[in-house]
Design a protein around this ligand. Sequence first.
Ligand code: NAD
Ligand code: ZN
Ligand code: ZN
Length: 385
Amino acid sequence: MKAAVFHKPGDISVDTVQDPIIEHPTDIILKVTSTAICGSDLHIYDGFFPQTKDLVMGHEFMGIVQETGKGVKNFKRGDRIVVPFPIACGHCFFCSHHLPTACENSNPDHYGPQGDMMKGKGGGLFGYTALYGGYSGGQAEYVRVPYADFSPRKVPDHLSDEQVLFLTDIFPTGWAAIDWARLKGGETVAIFGSGPVGLMAQKAAWLQGAGKVIAIDPLEYRLERARTLNKVETINPNEVDPIDAIRSMTEGRGADVCVDAVGTEADRSFFEKAKAVLNFEKGTVKVMEQCFEAVRRGGIVTVVGVYGSPYDNFPVHRIFDKGITIQLGQAPVQNYIDQLLQLVTEEKVVLEDIVSHQLPLTEASYAYDIFKKKEDNCVKVILKP
Ligand code: NAD
Ligand code: ZN
Ligand code: ZN
């Protein structure tokens, strides 16, 4: 089959690789009909996560069940499904505590980029390097889906792929960023990053009762999308200090909630160090720190942008002084997917409006290039195998 294969940083090409096969009775083989490129894929593309072997990329995909293992009960050949990005068994300690991204069975040898610091079991992801279980991803014609009875969901025939594809990751991720802030209604939510994840967090903020939603991003074309699609107020940090701007929009207090939907990418120097040595000592994490400044006293900061390394000078004094509540992490997609599919089915939310490019899978190399460089007004790319 054809698949988008990572070879080394900056080098992803569409190659012919072996078709996946059923390896365990609980697997299915999915024929992929649509798959997307994620900001998280860029961390691999940029060489942030170590990966020495070729890897089939992709953790946002859907398609038609081609073959089922003997133990699979919930699906049969021909079913059309979306697949959450965290691979989870559904019955271990963590899965039964609604923590599918920590599943003990999907990745028994998780050591993380910092060796011992992240020692412990847990967390298999599709197409996300040996650290996350070494699974092949879904930017391919076919993909093996382990523990198939637990995570995938059937989708109604009348909904197009584009309408439901983002239930695999970015809509639940944006949803989690807001859900973790437990809105009561009317809050001001400032969302740093207006990429695909930020745009989804903006939609989620309105749906969960925010009174004001502010998007911050240096890319004007992405702010334009945010304004037209999601009717949010916008701040370009290249033009004004975003912290001052947020304070002046909130009577000087700061936002009730700040979301970091940027992550590591905000600081290239941090990134360069990460590339050179994976146990580097220092880095700066500007956006997360901006969130601590821009949030009001007693406010909440949630972080869905990915961070893969420790750093010095973490402003713990500011967090203490202001009494800030923080939550970071991968999105537990399985916890939200039924509710979010319902919202799509009832037409309470439109997800496909963020798509800027739809290309054949064979164009994956080009697609990574424009998504990475933010060229051609690229926001979100769907690839069609
Ligand atoms: P993206 O790269 O398309 O978007 C990032 C956006 O941040 C860009 O629009 C960029 O212009 C903006 N940005 C850069 N520096 C900024 C700054 N200083 N202030 C404000 N905005 C700034 O990526 P994406 O697909 O939207 O993903 C965003 C992050 O979310 C990535 O780190 C990705 O890995 C992560 N992610 C996490 C989860 C999860 O489960 N937690 C799931 C999906 C994606
Ligand atoms: Zn993703
Ligand atoms: Zn599990």
